[in-house]
Ligand binder design. Structure first.
Ligand SMILES: [Zn+2]
Length: 256
């Protein structure tokens, strides 16, 4: 097995150094392209150059955010292979849809599909032996914006202690010791969960007030991302019966 990375030229607040496009080779010249990224002619050419004369079997996406999926359909069409993902989304229409537990053959390699909703509901991770392509479920060097907190935490726990030795994320560098990384992610989210409940108990009742308190040490350019995660935490607190939330104002459930 051989893994190559091609970095897209889309660095930014939401994307870190840019989107990682991964090229996974079974070791015998059959490859799959994972997360081709945004529509960018230069990046598309860089992917094709990196593939060289090897045989692409599919272009896959971890999820349909616009920094991961839009190049998938045009690149797959150029290469004459299927575009593959969990579900259709903005600028992505899969030729083949993958469900949790499915296996996808890349030459001699069996790629296992793991549905990991939370960052996005259509999010998949791809597992090749003890290596996991994590998309935005786990990022290199930062925490993740979360749409649905309860499912996100379950999706992290689902991967914990499953024998992984290496993570290839959608942004940032590769990571070894996956279980320690997942422990950090879980601890970080639970710490934020506690801080947010405390801030609500102190009388802050809107998402922007809570963001200002809980994320005071984080650059304000990241506050829109933080607001999304705070909302996801509030929804989970509501499901836990700890707060009342009407969509704009939140208050604690008083202890009896
Ligand atoms: Zn994403």
């Amino acid at each position: 097995m051989r893994i190559d990375r091609v970095l897209a030229n889309n660095p930014g607040v939401f994307t870190g150094p840019g989107t990682n496009t991964w090229i996974l080779d079974d070791g015998d010249g059959s490859v799959v392209v994972i997360d081709p990224g945004p529509v960018d002619t230069k990046h598309g050419r860089a992917i094709v150059d990196k593939v060289g004369d090897r045989q692409v079997v599919a272009v896959m996406v971890t999820h349909t955010h616009i920094d991961h999926a839009p190049l998938a359909n045009p690149l797959a069409a150029d290469l004459g292979v299927p575009a593959v993902g969990h579900a259709p989304g903005p600028m992505f229409d899969p030729d083949e849809r993958l469900l949790d537990g499915a296996h996808y053959s890349v030459g001699e390699l069996r790629l296992e599909v793991v549905h990991t909703p939370g960052h996005a509901q259509d999010h998949l991770c791809f597992r090749a032996g003890d290596v996991l392509f994590t998309g935005d479920h786990i990022m290199g060097g930062s925490s993740v914006m979360v749409e649905q907190m309860g499912t996100y935490l379950s999706s992290l726990r689902k991967l914990h202690n499953t024998g992984l030795t290496r993570l290839c994320p959608g942004h940032g560098d590769e990571m070894d010791r996956p279980d320690e990384v997942i422990d950090w992610y879980l601890a970080h989210r639970l710490q934020r969960h506690g801080q947010i409940l405390e801030t609500i108990t102190d009388g802050n009742s809107t998402v922007s007030e809570i963001v200002e308190h809980v994320y005071s040490d984080v650059d304000t350019s990241l506050h829109p991302l933080a607001a999304q995660s705070v909302t996801a935490h509030i929804e989970l607190l509501k499901a836990e019966g700890q707060v009342v939330f009407d969509g704009s104002r939140v208050r604690p459930v008083e202890a009896m």
